[in-house]
Every structure is written in C-alpha cells, then in structure tokens.
Design a protein around this ligand. Structure first.
Ligand code: FMN
Length: 371
C-alpha cells in the first residue's frame, strides 16, 4: 500500500485504511465489526439496538476475534442503557465512541482520561462547532444523502464548511461507496470516509435476504427519500408500503399505528405497562400534537426490527442512504474495503500521471495541502 491512504484517521484509530464502518441499528453487530476490522477498516458496534444484557458479550466477541479493542461503540445519551455503554467503552478501553446527541463535558472527560476517542456525527456546521467545543477528537460529517437520521446539507457542501471551521480531523460520510469517493474526500482535506449503507449491503451483514434484496432492487436515488412521518425528524429510507401508509394516515391513524407498534415492542422487550404509560403521558405533557411521533420514536426499534431482523421489508422501515441505488451486488467487507482503497490510489496516481509527475514511493499524502 502506498502512503496516500495513511492519514490522521489511520494513525489515531490504528487501522490500515481510512475507511470506517458506521453504527447501524440491528446491522452493526459483532460479526460485521470483526469482518471490517480484519479487512483493515474501523468498525462501530450499534449500541442502541444491542440488548443491554448482550452488549458486553458482543464487545468481548470482537476483542477475542480481532485480538484487541481497535473498534468503537455507538450510543445515544437518550437510550435507557447509555450509562452502561459509557462504562463498557471505558472499561474495555475501546479505541473510540460515536454518538449523535452527545454526552456532557464530564462524560467526555472520562472518555479522554481512558484514551477513548470521541467521534460524534453531525449533519450541520453549527453542530460540528459545538461538538468540538465539547471536546470531540474527530468529527464525522454526514451529508443529507446519508442513511438513517440525516440533515439537509449534502456532503459536498458540509465537508468543506466543517473543514474550514474546525482543526480536528474530519471524516466524510453520506453517499460514499467507491474509491473515487474516498479519493475526492481525501483530496478535499478529510481524514477518511465512513459508510453505513455500503456495509449494510455486504455478505457479512446480518440483514435478512428478503430485506437485502429490497435494497439491491433500488436503482433510482429518488426512491430513497426523506420522511418526517416516523418521529418528526428527517429520516432517509427506502420508500415502502409501511412508510406510504404512515404518511397518508391522519393524526389519529398515525397514533393508532404508533400504539400498535408500541404494544409489539412491549411484548418483545417485556417493557412494563407502567413504562409504556410513562412514555405516553410524557408525550402528552410535552406536545400533544406530536403524540404519535413521540410514541413512534419510543418504539422505533420495533419498526426497524420487522425489516432488519424479521425480514419483512414492507412492514417496517428501511433506513438507507441514496447510495444504495449505486450498489448492485453484495461483496464481502474485505472486497469492499480493498476495492475502495485500490481505486482511490488509482485516482491519485492518474492525477499525477496527467501532470507528468510520479508520486515518490511511500510518500504520505499531506492532508489539507492541494495535490
Ligand atoms: C440501516 C441504518 C441504520 C442506522 N442506524 C444508526 C444508528 O443506530 N446510530 C447512528 O448513529 N447512525 C445510524 N445510521 C446512520 C449511519 O451510521 C451512517 O451515518 C450513514 O449510513 C452514512 O451514510 P451512508 O448510508 O450514505 O453511508 C444508520 C444508517 C442505516 C442505513
């Protein structure tokens, strides 16, 4: 491998390639992280959907299989077991944590003391600035074309904005699946790329066949659209029967659908009626007009579970980046990562060849300097 792909990301995260597999609910499990790590990338476990009693086992599984803690854990401060995620990441000295709505300064100080790097994901410039003020060691920007909860600014605009505003390394996410994408992000000054959808669509992905076939069928990026019908926030997903039904239902219809899913989630998790009633009453107090959204947000795992675990792609939600439309086959994580690395190097080499100069062997690319 040449020096083009050695960046502050590979240095800080201790991986061979500047390629990150992001956390995805019900998808980024120990097996996916193991496959990513073995292939030279850096993987995050999806702490938000791994049941609390299994989380430590998943962490140990990755450590045992890869011989170290060179991987990360993703969590959200609003999830029930956020404190457990923080404690486990510190106890096992994981290399990094990622999160959306972030922990407070005290928690970040605990991570720093344990040398766990904090890498929040942001969808807007102001959130990047705030995250760095709070102590982020790196920032992942997610452009609006990215999968799951997503902002409205495309990667091509957000990346340079954030690069200009912060001094920590920046990872580009949202719409990446190729070596050309990696080369362009590095040339712009990013320290690497992070991908969700491309890793979801791999052979090591735990996603059921029927659901993966649905992802493979998408061939128009417009079929992967944003809806706010699920929880009031921008959420990018593949259009399907469930989402159309939800959008067309009136406020009462939505509430009925939300309560139905909440009931299913209760049966699955053993959640008490008291807890369910608490969510309901809190929503009523906070904003009665957003009741269905709050109830729906609370039981989002079940909507994901139907499609991503039970293999019923029309009965749940299918979070996805628009890039799904450009992915035509399931490759192994190794094929994905090595293919992207190879293509990125070719891009840099052909740029130099066009200028008539040759890259000195093993000369690392200097991030932030023009080629
Ligand atoms: C199925 C799916 C589930 C996701 N779940 C989470 C999650 O639990 N936590 C999180 O921070 N981001 C989540 N995301 C967002 C991804 O981590 C990532 O930022 C995004 O997929 C990047 O854009 P891309 O899909 O174009 O690669 C999810 C994305 C997908 C596609």
């Amino acid at each position: 491998m040449s020096g083009w792909l050695q960046t502050p990301l590979t240095e800080a995260l201790g991986c061979r390639y500047p390629i990150v597999q992001t956390a995805m609910g019900w998808v980024a499990d120990a097996n996916l992280v193991i496959a990513t790590t073995r292939a030279g990338g850096f993987g995050f476990l999806a702490g938000a959907t791994i049941p609390a009693h299994e989380l430590e086992g998943e962490i140990r599984q990755v450590i045992d299989a890869t011989g170290g803690s060179n991987f990360g854990l993703n969590f959200h401060m609003f999830q029930d077991n956020a404190a457990q995620c923080v404690d486990l990441a510190i106890a096992y000295r994981l290399r990094a944590v990622s999160y959306g709505r972030g922990p407070d300064k005290q928690t970040i100080a605990r991570f720093k003391a344990a040398q766990v790097l904090c890498i929040p994901t942001v969808g807007a410039l102001k959130h990047a600035i705030k995250a760095v003020e709070l102590g982020a060691d790196m920032i992942t920007i997610q452009g609006g074309e990215g999968g799951g909860h997503t902002g409205g600014v495309p990667s091509s605009i957000l990346l340079p904005q954030v690069l200009d505003a912060v001094t920590v390394p920046v990872i580009a996410a949202g719409g990446f699946a190729t070596g050309r994408g990696l080369a362009s992000a590095l040339a712009a000054g990013a320290a690497g790329i992070a991908m969700g959808t491309r890793f979801l669509m791999t052979r090591e992905s735990p996603t059921p066949k029927a659901t993966l076939e649905r992802y493979l069928k998408v061939n128009d990026p417009q079929q992967v659209r944003v809806t706010t019908a699920v929880d009031g926030m921008r959420h990018r997903m593949i259009e399907n029967r469930f989402i159309n039904h939800l959008e067309q239902a009136g406020p009462f219809g939505r509430l009925r659908i939300a309560l139905g899913s909440a009931w299913q989630w209760k049966q699955h998790t053993g959640m008490s009626l008291g807890h369910m009633a608490g969510v309901f009453l809190r929503a009523l107090r906070e904003d009665p007009s957003a009741l269905s959204q709050v109830v729906m947000a609370a039981n989002q795992p079940v909507l994901l579970q139907r499609s991503m675990v039970d293999g019923q792609p029309d009965d749940g939600i299918l979070p996805s980046g628009q890039v799904a439309a450009a992915i035509g086959e399931l490759l192994s994580c190794q094929e994905v990562i090595e293919g992207i690395a190879r293509e990125a190097e070719q891009c840099f080499d052909s740029l130099l060849a066009r200028q008539g100069s040759q890259r000195p062997a093993n000369q690392p690319i200097s991030i932030g300097e023009p080629l």
